[in-house]
Design a protein around this ligand. Sequence first.
Ligand code: HPA
Length: 275
Amino acid sequence: MEKQMQQLQDATDFLIQQTNSFAPEFGIILGTGLGDLVNDITIKYSLPYDEIPHFPVSTVESHSGKLIFGHLAERSVVVMQGRFHYYEGYTMDQVVFPVRVMKMLGIAKLFVSNAAGGLNPDFNTSDLMVITDHINLQPDNPLIGKNLEPLGPRFPDMSEVYDETMVNQALAIAGQNGFTLQTGVYVSVPGPMLETKAEYKYLAGIGADAVGMSTVPEIIAARHMGLTCFAVSVITDLCVPGKIKKVVLLDILEAAARAEPRMTFLIKELIRNQD
Ligand code: HPA
């Protein structure tokens, strides 16, 4: 077996054993603005990343992330609390390793959240934007190299990445509950520096509504494996001429925190409504 496949299988076997064959229907990546969702999960098992074979481990942060198994809205889920970014120095294979394992554990759908800068002039800070399409400007992607045949095809289609049905369900949930939900195109850049004014102008010009430093690698790996995907950004700062301010991390976190109740509600109701 391919070394990478063996490592994925080792991690999967370990998790099946540790969780008494808990079978998650859905995977969730808790990005910025979705941390509180954990409080709504009835946790059955919680495994630190550094105890799972071959899982990437944070070398910088003092506490490692966790893979959580449990129930949300009466559905079985596996949740990544803590994700890996390319700018931290991980390879793309490491960035998407947990997503591949979640698929091998049996999930059919993946839900992802992130924080992003708003390029669309109609957006306000702390708006939620459901991602309807993406542009990959990361310098690398997880499918480069020998194709992992058991996972998916060499040339996966990307003409319909974000599930239209779930986008419409999300819009209906927002409508029924009186909050605004933007939709748009997310562009993924490597970071870690924020963009210059010229870069913001360029990114808006190529058709993006929001810019961030994550999500697209995981979604590419997920679509390669045929997972149905839903992703949502919380707009933490405005990158539109005249509205651009120096970005302070605290302001980003504050805008994300304001959106958190809406984000949590949306994902929970969306999951509740899946077939
Ligand atoms: N640019 C890139 N990533 C981001 C931004 C931004 O303005 N805001 C939050 N994440």
